[in-house]
Write a protein that binds this ligand. Structure first.
Ligand SMILES: C[S@@+](CC[C@H](N)C(=O)[O-])C[C@H]1O[C@@H](n2cnc3c(N)ncnc32)[C@H](O)[C@@H]1O
Length: 262
């Protein structure tokens, strides 16, 4: 796991920033098409049980909860950011959401048929193993864990991470970097899942579905950014194309894993 740390301006609180930003992206405005066109929706639909309760751990403003509820899933959610949870219950008081952390899930053992954690585990600083054990605890035997996390892809391993380490060495004497998120090694995450009591069923690289966009390249490299969020400029599009010819694992920002509780 690589612990990405960033140098934020003085007084900047990243946790507060993300809470404010996500809470503004009110779920009422988001259409179910946005979720249906995600590259991993077919995989989620194939594996997530519709006849048992499902938990969205780190549900954010609840886009997946609303979408999966529309799709007929019996879904509940937790998030450790109170504002997100409030935004959801204001939108629909019937949504079942709680303020809670993924490493201390307030539910009994073996009570869910599935747990979804899309873009959550990378923010759980120093408690990833606890979080995996907690997810395992609340799942029924053979229950499905569907997760998406950012990975140490080829470009990150050989370019982005060494540059970040150099930046930390140069700037770190006078400033303190703040934890931003983890990048996970593919083999390492599989091992952690195994140790927590899961068997991996399948995995796939994860990126934005749109041809002109790329989450990883856009976020990691400012000089590849186009004029709209997540859209690449012409150099970025060429890099994306070249990388994908070799392998989608070279540039994809994340990976999706479907695992089963043993
Ligand atoms: C990038 S957002 C993803 C939200 C949602 N899963 C989605 O796909 O739209 C990450 C979410 O994880 C939540 N989070 C971070 N650490 C957490 C933790 N330890 N326990 C529960 N939620 C956490 C954040 O508050 C945030 O809402």
């Amino acid at each position: 796991m690589y612990k990405l740390r960033k140098f934020y301006p003085p007084g900047f609180d990243p946790q507060q920033y993300w809470e404010d930003r996500y809470a503004q992206e009110h779920i009422a405005g988001r259409s179910s098409d946005e979720f249906r066109k995600q590259g991993f929706w077919p995989l989620m639909e194939r594996h997530l049980p519709r006849d048992k309760k499902v938990l969205d751990a780190g549900c954010g403003v609840g886009g997946w909860i609303v979408f999966l509820k529309e799709e007929g899933y019996d879904i509940e959610g937790i998030d450790n950011a109170a504002r997100m949870v409030r935004a959801m219950t204001e939108y629909d008081p019937d949504l079942k959401v709680k303020i809670a952390a993924i490493d201390a899930i307030p539910y009994p053992n073996n009570c869910f048929g599935g747990v979804v954690a899309v873009g959550t585990l990378e923010y759980v600083e120093d408690k990833v193993d606890e979080a995996l054990r907690e997810v395992n605890r609340v799942l029924m035997p053979n229950g499905i864990f569907f997760l998406e996390v950012p990975i140490i892809n080829g470009l990150r391993r050989f370019f982005y991470i060494p540059l970040k380490d150099l930046e930390r060495w140069l700037k770190g004497k006078n400033n303190r970097p703040v934890f931003a998120n983890y990048f996970f090694g593919r083999q390492e995450l599989r091992r952690k899942l195994d140790e927590a009591g899961f068997t991996v069923i399948t995995e796939q690289p994860h990126e934005l579905p749109d041809d002109h966009s790329h989450y990883g390249l856009y976020v990691d490299w400012k000089w590849l950014r186009g004029s709209q969020p997540y859209r690449l400029n012409i150099v970025g599009l060429a890099i994306k194309k070249l990388a994908n010819i070799v392998s989608p694992w070279i540039a994809s920002t994340g990976m999706v894993i479907v695992a089963k509780k043993r």
